[in-house]
Design a protein around this ligand. Structure first.
Ligand code: S3P
Length: 426
């Protein structure tokens, strides 16, 4: 891995992963031609395209431009083969919500990481709505087979703040004719589904922590301009703050309020960050973000902030190693069921580089400020966000860092190393 003296310049952040998945799925359920621009052509979103093609949807993809020819949800057809979701939890859980209302049979598999991720959080409520679902350990793990059916609406109190759970139930609810489905969460999770349903012409009601949809509404094709992914920008926001003599601008980053926990934390820790708003497309706001090397102080991250930065916690842990004083992350036990157990993988890999981080039951305590000194061989553990966080750590490590498993980064940010090279001053 390379070290960097400083970072300078600007990059355009690739499309948001959550929004790209949803644009393809909603386009597949809608009537008409959905045009998507700045689609994230990473492995996860390509898995979504291939699954919907297997269900008879005509999808043309040319780099970051995608055209989905939707013929309505009833036009989806039984896939001949198994639907392979690769590494993608979003594909698995949202697609289960769609399949719950289809009368055909489908079988879902994914990679080793997907096989360990809990699915009863969606399969149980979907079974209550009327779908037949089975899988290893009572439908908790892939392979999962599903035969949907006539659904009834439910009122569901989710035990976790999860946009994947909320979205799966809303997508099933959309198919429960003339019935209402309401999902309530303990904290608000990302609301891309609610915003995009509206962009596709559906009516969705939101009140506090509840979202309600009436079944039987049909979706109309839309034009979706995907903003850059703040979860990808997060790696460079942290890099800009911790690498000496740096100033970088990240163009066209999505700043949906349910995603900007990283901006709030950087600001609270004292980072020099400016935000230039650039307008809203399909209900999703975007901005150019400029960050410079900053004097940082530790903070506490907990409660309803957690779902708004859950995917950024690995790189926030790195940021906190460079802040004066301790940073405490709590209420984040969801980290244990991400692409890896991110409490374990963050602590294990950053401590190899000389950080001092203690794992806790629902988060971690990061001691600051620590010089990352050691030469070490670190691993992504097949987790894209752990891989990118370690590549950013290597920029400031005093020793030589070698990273194994960097190919996992293709899941969400195929141009990551190219962008790093563009910004790094040699
Ligand atoms: C996502 C929701 C989050 C997030 C994931 C993408 C989505 O997962 O971690 O990367 O697109 O809905 P949970 O819903 O499990 O919190």
């Amino acid at each position: 891995m390379r070290r960097a003296k400083s970072l300078k310049g600007e990059i355009a952040i690739p499309g948001d992963k959550s929004i790209s998945h949803r644009a393809v799925m909603f386009g597949a359920l809608a009537h008409g031609e959905t045009e998507i621009e700045n689609f994230l052509a990473g492995a996860d979103c390509l898995s979504t395209i291939s699954c919907f093609r297997q269900m008879g949807v005509d999808i043309e993809q040319n780099g970051t431009k995608v055209r989905v020819s939707g013929k309505g949800i009833d036009a989806l057809t039984e896939p001949e083969g198994i639907l392979d979701v690769g590494n993608s939890g979003t594909t698995t859980r949202l697609m289960l919500g769609i399949l719950a209302g289809r009368t055909f049979h489908a079988c879902i598999i994914g990679d080793e990481s997907i096989a360990k991720r809990p699915m009863t959080r969606v399969t149980n409520p979907l079974k209550n709505m009327g779908a037949s679902i089975d899988g290893r350990q009572d439908g908790n793990f892939t392979p999962i087979s599903i035969r949907g059916g006539k659904l009834k609406g439910i009122e569901y109190q989710s035990p976790v703040a999860s946009a994947q759970v909320k979205s799966a139930i809303l997508l099933a609810g959309l198919q429960a004719h003339n019935e209402k489905t309401k999902v309530t969460e303990p904290h608000k999770s990302r609301d891309h589904t609610e915003r995009m349903l509206r962009a596709f012409g559906a009516e969705v009601k939101e009140e506090g922590l509840s979202v309600e949809i009436t079944g039987g509404q049909s979706l109309k094709a839309a034009s979706i301009q995907v903003p850059g992914d703040i979860s990808s920008a997060a790696f460079f926001l942290v890099a800009g703050a911790i690498v000496p003599d740096s100033t970088i601008t990240l163009k066209n980053v999505g700043i949906n309020p349910t995603r900007i926990g990283i901006i709030e934390v950087l600001t609270k820790m004292g980072a020099k960050l400016t935000i230039e708003e650039k307008g809203t497309h399909a209900h999703e706001p975007a901005a150019d973000l400029t960050i410079s090397t900053s004097e940082l102080k530790g903070t506490t991250i907990s409660g309803d902030l957690i779902p708004r930065l859950i995917d950024e916690i690995p790189v926030i842990a790195l940021l906190a190693t460079q802040a004066e004083g301790d940073t405490i992350i709590k209420d984040a036990s969801e980290l244990k069921v991400k692409e890896t157990n991110r409490i374990d993988t963050v602590v294990q890999e950053l401590n190899k580089l000389g950080a001092v981080i203690e794992p806790t039951d629902d988060g971690m305590i990061i001691r600051g400020k620590q010089t990352l000194t050691s030469s070490a061989s670190v691993s992504s553990h097949g987790d894209h966000r752990i891989g990118m966080m370690l590549a950013i750590a290597a920029l400031i490590a005093k020793g030589d860092v070698s990273l194994s498993g960097h190919e996992a980064i293709d899941v969400s940010y195929p141009q990551f190393f190219e962008h790093l090279d563009q910004l790094a001053v040699k």
